[in-house]
Design a protein around this ligand. Sequence first.
Ligand code: SAH
Ligand code: SF4
Length: 386
Amino acid sequence: MNAETNESTKTPTPLLGLSVAELAEIATGAPSYTAKQIRAFCFDGKSIDDMTSLGKDLRARLKRDYVSVPVTVEKVFSSADGSKKYLFKMTDGNLVEGVYMPHDYGNTLCVSTQVGCRMGCAFCASGMDGLIRNLSAAEILGQVVAVNSAEGGTAKKRAVTNIVLMGSGEPLDNYGNVLRFLDEVSAEDGLNVSERNISLSTSGLADRMRNLADSGHKVTLSVSLHSPFDDKRSQLMPVNRKYHIADLMAAARYYFEKTGRRVIVEYTLIDGENDDEASAKELVKITRGFPAHINLIRLNEVKEKSLKRPDAKKANEFLALLQSMGASATLRRSFGGDIEGACGQLRRRVLAEKNAEKRIAQPATDNESEGRKESAKPRRSKFTTV
Ligand code: SAH
Ligand code: SF4
């Protein structure tokens, strides 16, 4: 694992994802194959210290200003259902989450694209403190590399086979870095993940959805809808005040027309908010006319919010209603319910713990927190840590 320390005080530059030409400039004087080797070592998740074939002097030189992978695993939480929640630490101390879900057909990793989120959805823990900062392409990539190597994989023989951009953050609000991430993760001399195995979930930035359709990338696009009615959707997702449902569905259709990829409509069932018959009927109506699949999930309750999870019976009835009207729909099992499954919850809880510990250690005036401006109310909790 990448647990190296860097002696200089400034944030080290990541080598992960740099091109062979860029690496050759950094490793001046080294044989010509060295840059290629460094690039491959980074994708394998090796620390600079572990790149022993490079020679001591070059490693020492690299360590002055660089880090191989700019993400370390801070903690891992195992769920009874087999999934694992990873808490990642960036080189500036910021924390983000990911979830690793092993399946028969492959292993899916959910990664974050921002620290926090500025979209402010009513049901989501990630957006509660707003946006702290965008993650760089190397930091998004670093989450994949860190888990792949922690789970025993290498770049050539990957443990992580599928990737979903569904952790904290709105990927299309960090468009440039997310596109660079897609380039690197799918590069043959990168992780070589087919875009068929990558999903990007958006709250519905319609203009950017069109840009993505035009970009040449062909990832699976998931659109978080959560209500087919503009007034309700605007309450749940403030982004709807800018991009109404009609704009959103037109952009989803455009994505299908450009890429040939069926669009996934994410629909989180929230008790008494969007799980009624009228919502089901309207949902089927607006997703007709182009290949779309409706993915239902029951809300993961967030402690600070009053929104409730409907019971399984109600969720199954909603599903049956959609299917009886001819819609393609499934009810997804939510992973990691016992390990703060909803995105953003785990980070908040760990920060709260850290703050509580600091308060105990420094009871007087120090209320500085981990990372840049992280803050959350202290609360005691129990985890399963491995
Ligand atoms: N910002 C993007 C991707 C990250 S959120 C988006 O909103 O699509 C990934 C998915 O988790 C979205 O569909 C989002 O609506 C959903 N989600 C967020 N909080 C949730 C919660 N508490 N319970 C269930 N789903 C949630
Ligand atoms: Fe941001 Fe997505 Fe959470 Fe909304 S659901 S606040 S867009 S991460």
